[in-house]
Structure formats: C-alpha cells, structure tokens
Design a protein around this ligand. Structure first.
Ligand code: ADP
Ligand code: MG
Length: 790
C-alpha cells in the first residue's frame, strides 16, 4: 500500500488543507482548532459508543433507536431516480436465512435504503452489491410498510469469490461493525462522524496509504469504514510507527503498560474495544503529564544557571518588621526566612507564595523588597490593578522612607512617568510599585534584584519572563496568589517554581457568614437590605457587585446575555449560558448603574450615599471613589469585579454579589474575602437566579458551606475546566494539555514528576531522548499561551 504517485509524505505537520479536497470541511475543522495532522490526531473523542449487539432480523427491535448488526444476503438491488432535485434512491432487498440459522431462529427479510444526489456514489454502491452476495450491516432498524428497514446502514461486503470485498468472512465483518466508535465534540458545521472520517483518513495517509484508496473518508455519503488495522497489519504498523515516533522512553511504556504512540492514536480513533480505547487515552494522558513535568523541571534547572544579585543585608527588613503593629505569624516568619535564604544565593529565586485572602502576604512581600533595597539594589512590586497599586504604594510609603518609593502606572502624567522611569533606569536603589506598566519596554531597572508579582493568576508566564529582561542580571522572583490551587495543579502550572504556603489567617478574624439568596424571594431580599442598612448605621461599609457595567440594549434578544456580558464587564471569567449547560433564556445580568439606581430608591437606603466603581473609570476617579468609600463618606459601593483583588478597607463588613451563579467558585471566594478584614463580623450575600437543583445551585452550595479556599478551588476545578479556573478562556484547541486533569490525575502527575526527575538526572540535556526534547520544546512554547491570561 506504499505511495506510488511520488507525492511528498504526510507528516504530523502537514496542514489539512493540503490533504482534504473538501474546503468546507477544512474550514469547519479550523474552527475547532484543527489545522494540521497533529491537531487532528489530538482532537480526542470524549467517549466511545457501546459495542453494537449482533442480532438476527427477527430479533430486531425497531423504533428503539438502537443500533444492531446482522449478516445478510442480497436478493435484489433497485436504483430509482427520484425527481431531479432529490437525486437517487437505492433499495436493496436482503434476507438473513443463513445467519439466522446459526442463531437457531428463523430467517426473514429487510430493506436497505440509501439516498444520494451523486450518480458516482450510487454506481459505486450498486457495484458492490451483487445479487446473492453476502454483506454485513449495522444500523438502526425501523418499520416501513410492514417491513424491517435500515436507512443508510453501515455496510461491509463479505469475500467469497469477490476479491475486492471489504472483509473475507462474516465473523470479521461483524467484529468490525460492532466495535465501539469514538464520539467527538462537534458543532453545527461538522458532525462527529465527519470528524471521525477525517481523522481516520489522515491516519491512513500517515500509514502510507494511497490517497485514492483512502479517499472515501472524504466523501460525504460514504460510510466510515476506514479501519487502519494497526493491530493486524504489520505493514501499516511499520509505517505508522515511523510517522508517529514514540515520545515516552520505551522502558517507561513497558513498565507502565502503555501503548506505542502510533498504536495509541489508532486505538483512540479506531478502537478494537473499550478497554483498548481506555488504555490508549491513558497513554496519551501520561505523555502529557510527563512532557509537562519534564519541561517544568528543565526550566527550573535552567534558572539555576543564571546569575542574580546576592541580597544578604537584612537590617532594613528587620527594622520594618519591628515597627509593625503586630507580630508575624509563625507561617509568615517561616516564609520570610525561606525567601531570605533564596535571596542570599547567586542564582535567581523562583518562588510561588500561596496564601488565602487576608493571610498577610503583603508584609512578606515588603520584607523581601526591603532586603533587596537594604542590600543596595532595586525591587519592583507588580499589582494587577491600578487601585491595588495605589494601595500598596500608600502603605509602603507610609512605613518606609530610606530610599525612594515610586508609583508607575499607565495612566500617569507623562512628566511624572518620565521621572519615575529615569530613577529606575539610573540604578539607584528604590522600590517601584507598578501596574502592567512594568512590562512595557520603557521600564528598565539595571539594578533590579527582586520582582514581586501579586495575584499571579492575572499574569502569564510570558510576562514573568519579560521581567527577567529588565535588569543586568536575572531578578529574584516572588509570585503571590490568593487563588488556592490544589498541590498537583500547582505542580502542573507552576512546577518551575518553589512553593510556600501561608495557611493561617492572622489577627483572630471572624469567619464570614455566607448566605445564598434567590433573587425572586422578595422578602428575603428586603431583609438583606435592612441588615446592610443596620451595619452601615454602625459605621461599616458594603460592597455591591454586579457583573456588568451598563445595561445592554440588546437584551431583548435574550439568550445572548452571557456573551454580551463578557464584552461589557471587567471580567473575562463570567460563565456563559453555554458553559452552564443552560438552555432557557434567563433574565439579563445586572449592571452597576441599574442596581445603584434601584437600591437608592429603596426605603432601606434613604439618606445613604452610594458610589460606583468600574474598570471604565479613569485612574483619578478610581482613586477618589476608593478614598471616599474608605472614609465612610459613601459607605455603599456598587462595583464590578474591579474590587476583586486585594482591595483592603477594614470597615467593609457586607458584600452582595448579584448574579452569583455566573461566577467561578474561586472568584466568589476571592470577592467575599474583601469583607471582614477589620475584625468585625461579616456577611457575603450571593444573589442568584439559579434554578432549583441545577448545577449552578450546587456550586453556590459549596461556597456557602465552606471557607476553605483549597477545597473550593478543588470543587471549582471539578465543576469547570482548568483553563477557566486560571482565567484563560482556553479551549482555543491548541493548549498543550488536552487530556490531563489536574485534580483527577493527581497520582499520575506525581508519578510523572518523579520519573521525569530521574530521566533528567541521567540525561540533563535530553540528548539521548530527541523526540522527548522536541515535545518539551513544543510544550514550553504552547504553554506560554496556555498560562497567559488577560
Ligand atoms: P493578603 O494575603 O490577602 O494580601 P494582606 O497582606 O492584605 O493579605 O493582609 C490582610 C490584613 O492583615 C492587613 O490589614 C494586614 O495588615 C493584616 N496582617 C498581616 N499580617 C498580620 C499579622 N501577623 N497579625 C495581624 N494582622 C496582620
Ligand atoms: Mg494582597
């Protein structure tokens, strides 16, 4: 079956448009992120069908919409043209007398019906169906005019005298039509079956088959019968193994009972059995885990090869810690020491600090920065929002005046900005508090010893990398996140970093009480507003969070509201109807302006001043609004999720989150952490339109009953995809991790990490594992995109 036409060999990199004549199909696949052969092979099915049962025709159960398979003999074939528009109808009368006898039942008759516009197809079909010829069929039986009928059944011709038959025996034919089929995520432009056909076609080309022979996979009316026969045909096996070389080392495949890579792809897209399919998926999943861990461990080793400023003077730092109005918790002390140890090395620290909202990460970060400045260098703290940068800038300036503390944001006046950039570029020891502006080329700090990134999930690996280019040597890196990530997830996403945890909350904080409030429950809503009024009268503050900035004019359309909201919110992470599997159109999402007006007209809020804050406000406005809220002038703030990260107003005791059913759990947890930071009692009200017993309601239940960030993160991961939790809308189809699930596959990830470490110990540059080296490189490139959000 070797290629004879001299065309170039198909490889994993071959683009599909070079292989498929059907341009509509090429473009439909492109929409799914499938551009080349590799994409096609890694467009994994999400399940396989059950094996099709074998029955005699009399045992058929028409009307049940259940497939069956049977062996029959052709009695007659009739091709009749329908009217000009509709094309042709092929009607085949068959009996199963012989086959029924083997099952000890009586034989009977059935009709097979095919329709097509294309004469060529009809001729090809009729040519295969000779009177008295045996065929194996599989399909969904129906009754039509008192006779059993199969419309477009799958069909294999059985050998005998016919050398061009599909199979040589009935048993072989039955085995093939009955085997489980993969089912793919499809869309309105391409069906799962057509995706399957294309992938099998591509596999056959990779196996060296002639395009003309493999062609019918691209024929819309032909049945998918493109078995690759990896298991049975040594020629195919040889070709495929060469075209799809193993990435995992051979000894590892054997030890873990995994398949060869080519075999795995064959068994995923063309499984012999459900068991083989599962084993094949496990193989590819393990490969992802292993490649990912190898890439991360290598990145970590690489970092050790770089130079960093040694920061060993801790005097300034200790003075700062001594002036704090509280003592560090044991956890904070430990992390400060870990960081201190790292910063005394001459290679860059790569550390992730995980700690619940309110666990006191800022003090740790400031300590580290003072260690850098005290040692004669520069430090930068990057915050995800303007508001947060302001806050950090204020609190650091308040406690520290031994070196310049500078604020760098995008919205600054040019002259001011120039001055800050000038100081940084001069190399003078200083602390820079910045927003994304720190990633711009104009920011250079040749004496930069430490970069702290607050709230990592808003930043990507690429941005982390950008910071490394700011200085003459690599800065020490401290990444902080309040979104608790299960251990194996952290291992997968931040496996190149050392990890510290802050587990206890300082200062005897009282747990936040969380209540889910169905929006249609008017008395409960009223009671909630009264409660808030009382807290405000007691000198406290309240946040009201809405997903949208403005009311949309397009809401009348219904159903689309989820999509609109993304464009009109400060949040790329809202769930859509589709994410939630909702089909009923629901009321439009609430907006800041609408809610602000509505609440101000309520008796509960007479005489109370409101303010509004959204991502659209300019920096000056934001600053003013925050200050007025903090001072109590405007004790109720209606805002978007701009308040999500880090905002710290100790008097805030209540937060109301409208459309709470539309947020990720970790995000709700994060939002709720905005209240109760001053030691008062605090409340989070999750206003929801979730239907009773829906998944959305279950999700809110989780958050209402737990304050454990790690558990919430775990549930969030189970209920949604990993990419969503990271804030990456992902699913562009090209992310490197397609099968690996950071929660369910925890054991696999841990195992892969151990084995990857062993392999790298023996072969640090992967010179003896070239396929693996290539995959690692691809992963690192793809992963930049995968981890980059916002
Ligand atoms: P986060 O980890 O969410 O960034 P912060 O650093 O903002 O938390 O700290 C939350 C609050 O706790 C701040 O007001 C901070 O001053 C206070 N805090 C931090 N450490 C301690 C401590 N050891 N004892 C008491 N209060 C503390
Ligand atoms: Mg913080």
């Amino acid at each position: 079956m070797a290629r004879q036409d001299g065309t170039r060999d198909v490889t994993l990199e071959t683009p599909l448009h070079a292989l498929l004549a059907n341009k509509r199909r090429v473009s439909a696949l492109k929409k799914l992120g499938v551009l080349d052969v590799r994409d096609a092979l890694t467009y994994y099915p999400f399940r396989v069908t059950d094996p099709v049962p074998v029955r005699a025709l009399v045992q058929a159960q028409p009307g049940l919409k259940e497939k069956m398979a049977c062996a029959v003999r052709v009695r007659s074939v009739r091709v009749s043209p329908m009217n000009a528009r509709a094309g042709y109808r092929v009607e085949v009368l068959v009996d199963d007398d012989e086959f029924a006898a083997t099952l000890h039942v009586r034989g009977s008759l059935a009709t097979l019906v095919f329709f097509s516009h294309r004469k060529s197809y009809v001729d090809w079909l009729a040519g295969r169906l000779r009177v008295d010829g045996h065929v194996v069929i599989a399909g969904d039986p129906t009754m039509y005019m008192d006779r059993l009928q199969f419309t477009h059944p799958e069909l294999l011709t059985v050998g005998g005298a016919n050398l061009r038959a599909d199979v040589s025996t009935v048993a072989e034919g039955l085995q093939r039509v009955c085997r489980p089929r993969p089912v793919y995520h499809a869309n309105s432009r391409i069906s799962s079956e057509h995706i399957h056909d294309t992938i099998l076609y591509v596999l056959r080309l990779l196996a060296g088959e002639d395009p003309a022979t493999a062609m019918h996979a691209d024929d819309e009316t032909a049945q998918p019968h493109m078995r690759t026969l990896y298991a049975e045909n040594p020629q195919i096996r040889e070709h495929l193994d060469a075209a799809i070389p193993d990435i995992l080392p051979g000894n590892l495949l054997a030890e873990l009972n995994l398949m060869h890579r080519a075999q795995a792809f064959s068994q995923i897209h063309d499984p012999d059995s459900v068991g083989a399919f599962t084993q094949a998926i496990t193989t590819m999943r393990y490969e992802e885990a292993f490649v990912c861990q190898t890439a991360l461990i290598r990145a970590r080793h690489d970092a050790r090869e770089h130079n960093a400023y040694v920061c060993s003077d801790v005097q300034l730092r200790d003075e700062y810690i001594d002036t704090l109005p509280f003592v560090l918790t044991k956890g904070q002390r430990e992390v400060v020491d870990e960081i201190s140890h790292d910063m005394c090395q001459d290679h860059p620290m790569q550390r992730l600090l995980q700690g619940e909202v309110g666990s006191g990460k800022t003090v740790v970060a400031v300590s580290a920065m003072l260690q850098a400045v005290g040692s004669g260098h520069q430090a930068v703290l990057v915050a995800p929002t303007q508001v947060l940068a302001e806050q950090h800038y204020q609190s650091i300036s308040n406690v520290f005046n031994r070196a310049p503390v500078l604020l760098l944001t995008g919205g600054m006046k040019l002259a001011e900005r120039r001055k800050v950039l000038g100081t940084a570029a001069s190399g003078e020891p200083c602390i820079v508090v910045a927003t994304h502006a720190a990633f711009s080329k104009s920011f250079q700090a040749p004496n930069l010893a430490l970069a702290v990134i607050d709230e990592q999930h808003r930043f990507g690996v690429e941005q982390r990398e950008t910071l490394r280019s700011k200085s003459d040597v690599d800065p020490h890196l401290l990444v902080m996140t309040a979104t608790p990530i299960p251990r194996t997830a952290a291992m997968t996403w931040f496996g190149d970093l050392d990890i510290s945890w802050l587990t206890e909350l300082p200062g005897g904080r009282k747990p936040i009480q969380t209540v889910v409030i169905p929006e249609e429950n008017a008395p409960l809503m009223a009671e909630m507003f009264w409660h808030i009024r009382h807290r405000i009268d007691a000198g406290e503050r309240a946040y009201i969070v809405c997903p949208r900035i403005e009311e949309s004019t397009e809401d009348a359309e219904g159903g689309e509201s989820g999509g609109d909201a993304r464009a009109d919110s400060d949040d790329g992470m809202l769930l859509s109807d589709e994410d939630l599997g909702e089909t009923n159109a629901r009321a439009p999402l609430h907006s800041v302006h609408e809610i602000s007006e509505r609440l101000q007209s309520l008796p509960q809020f007479q005489g109370v001043r409101f303010c509004e804050l959204t991502g659209r406000d300019d920096d000056e406005t934001k600053e003013r609004v925050m200050a007025e809220f903090a001072s109590g002038q405007t004790p109720v703030m209606v805002a978007t999720t701009v308040i999500e990260v880090g905002v710290d107003v100790p008097q805030a005791s209540c937060i109301v989150i409208f459309d709470a059913d539309r947020y990720g759990l970790s995000q709700l947890h994060q939002l709720r952490g905005r209240v109760g930071r001053g030691g008062t009692h605090s409340w989070a009200f999750l206003v929801s339109q979730a239907e009773p017993n829906s998944i959305a309601e279950q999700r809110l239940d989780v958050i209402a009953h737990s304050l454990d960030g790690a558990l919430i993160a775990q549930k969030d991961l189970e209920l949604r995809g990993a990419g969503d939790v990271l804030g990456d809308t992902q699913s562009g189809g090209r992310s490197s991790l397609k099968l690996l699930r950071v929660v369910k596959d925890a054991a696999m990830i841990t195992d892969a990490r151990k084995r990857a470490e062993l392999l790298l110990d023996a072969d640090p540059t992967l010179e003896h594992h070239t396929q693996l080296a290539g995959a690692v490189l691809d992963f690192s490139r793809g992963n930049e995109k995968f981890l980059t959000s916002n």
